[in-house]
Structure formats: structure tokens, C-alpha cells
Design a binder for this molecule. Structure first.
Ligand code: KIV
Length: 271
């Protein structure tokens, strides 16, 4: 029998306790294979983002993503992730219509994927009340304010939010309201660094930034973007840590050349 212990899983409480301490590392994943790899790399949170609609399905927004698709991807990632906290995005129209439907849909995601938490977008009073209900029945919620991709049409495109005083004050009020509702953390997307820093100082829950500067309590990136798989997407906030698009093309080209030249399969690959 092996004496090796399985690594202790990261809990919602662990994430809350990181406020103002060791920075939180989060990344998206959409399948078991990459879920396992990012988990082994030691991230704290794996997010099954509805960015799956953009980066996997090829849609030009997250709006077409369905609950069933998020459940499929969430359950797949769960099979790969043993240690990190697993959060699943609730897709467009699954939590905004009314509280009863939000509870039912978030409950389905928790039951059918094995996720540890859900993430929902927005900081309005209505969303905050929904977060309150979800938390009350035991569903941990991560908030998401600033640029919220499901509102891309209403926001007039991918734009930095909170640039003026009123916008910054509104974001700070939303973050505080989400904190009060029981959200265990909040994603700040496309927010000026100074505004994200002020919000981070004003709330007791961790802020996790994407395009929100260095003062947040953690950072999240979309995995294919950080791996350099998505060459068409290179916003200012993104740092690419690899050029996997080039690696994939080179590998597949080399395979094609070997097949055409009868170098593959060789004797050692044959039975
Ligand atoms: O869907 C997603 O990947 C996200 C991250 C950008 C935070 O919401």
C-alpha cells in the first residue's frame, strides 16, 4: 500500500483566508486533460469558464453557451482536477430570470459536475439577492463585475469599465454588495488598476483580476490565451507563457511529412 497521501483539496474557506496574503492563482480549463495539467501545476482555482463558447466552440461571444454544455465541460474538468477549487460559470439566462430558476440551475451544476462553487456575472441589487439565496442554501458563489462578457452587447463591446468617477464608484458599490451577499470572492475584469486596487482595499473578500492590474488578491487567465494557442487574441493585459499554436502546427506538419514519406509508422510502431 502506498504511503503517499492525496493532496488536500482547496476549499472556499482557504480562498477566503488568502485575502491580503499569498496571491491566488486561477486559470480556466474545459476538459479533463487540461484540468489535470493545470491542477498538477499547482493553481488554486480552476474555472470552467463560459469562455468555452469563444475558445472551444468558436462563437464570437459567450451568449450561445447552454447549461447542458457547461455541465458537460464542468463534469469533464472535475474528472481531471483533484486539488484546486473547481468553479463553474453559470451561462447567460440561467440565473438572471428569477431566483427559483437560478437555484435550480446552480443546484444542477453543483450536483451534475461535482463543482465546488459557481460563478455568476453582475453586481445589481437583483443579482446580489440571488447570491444571498444561493449562499443561504449552501452554494458557494464567486461574483464577476467590471466587464461582464454576457453583457457585451449592452456594454458596447470589450471595454474597460469604471474609467470615470461614477463608474468606479458603481463598481466599488457592487463589490461591497456582493461581499455582503456572501460571495466568497469576486472577479474584476477590465478595470483600471487603480480602481481595482481601491476595491481590493475596501472589501474583505479576495478580488481576482483579469485585465485589472497587480493590486488584486489574485489573477485569472483563459488557458488557451496564456498558452499562446489563440493567436488572434492578444489584448494588452495578456501575457503569453508559451507559443503552443506554433508547437501544434509544427508537430502536426512533421507528422504529415513522416506519413507522406513512409517514415511513420516505422517497425517499432508496428505489430
Ligand atoms: O469565462 C471565463 O473564462 C471567465 C474568466 C475570463 C474570468 O469568466
Amino acid at each position: 500500500m502506498s504511503s503517499e497521501r492525496a493532496p488536500r483539496a482547496v476549499t472556499v474557506r482557504d480562498i477566503q483566508n488568502r485575502k491580503g496574503g499569498e496571491l491566488i492563482v486561477a486559470v480556466t480549463a474545459y476538459d479533463a486533460l487540461f484540468g489535470r495539467l493545470v491542477d498538477e501545476a499547482g493553481v488554486d482555482i480552476v474555472l470552467v469558464g463560459d469562455s468555452v463558447g469563444n475558445v472551444v466552440a468558436g462563437f464570437d461571444s459567450t451568449l450561445p453557451v447552454t447549461l447542458e454544455q457547461m455541465i458537460y465541460h464542468g463534469a469533464a474538468v472535475r474528472r481531471g482536477v483533484a486539488r484546486a477549487l473547481l468553479a463553474v460559470d453559470m451561462p447567460f439566462l440561467t440565473y438572471q430570470v428569477d431566483e427559483a430558476r437560478a437555484i435550480e440551475n446552480c443546484g444542477r451544476v453543483m450536483q451534475q459536475t461535482g463543482a465546488d462553487a459557481v460563478k455568476i456575472e453582475g453586481g445589481s441589487e437583483r443579482i446580489a439577492r440571488t447570491v444571498e439565496r444561493l449562499v443561504e442554501i449552501g452554494i458557494p458563489v464567486m461574483g464577476h463585475i467590471g466587464f461582464t462578457p454576457q453583457s457585451v452587447n449592452a456594454l458596447g463591446g470589450h471595454r474597460v469599465q469604471g474609467r470615470d468617477e461614477d463608474g468606479a464608484a458603481m463598481l466599488a458599490a457592487q463589490a461591497k454588495r456582493l461581499e455582503q451577499s456572501g460571495a466568497f470572492a469576486v472577479v474584476l475584469e477590465l478595470v483600471p488598476a487603480a480602481v481595482a486596487g481601491r476595491i481590493t482595499a475596501q472589501v474583505s473578500i479576495p478580488t481576482i483580476g483579469i485585465g485589472a492590474g497587480a493590486a488584486c488578491d489574485g489573477q485569472v487567465l483563459v488557458l488557451p490565451d496564456l498558452l499562446g494557442l489563440n493567436e488572434a487574441f492578444s489584448p494588452r493585459f495578456l501575457k503569453q507563457y508559451a507559443n503552443l499554436a506554433g508547437t501544434v502546427r509544427d508537430a502536426v506538419r512533421a507528422y504529415g511529412e513522416d506519413v507522406r514519406a513512409r517514415r511513420y509508422p516505422a517497425d517499432e510502431h508496428s505489430f
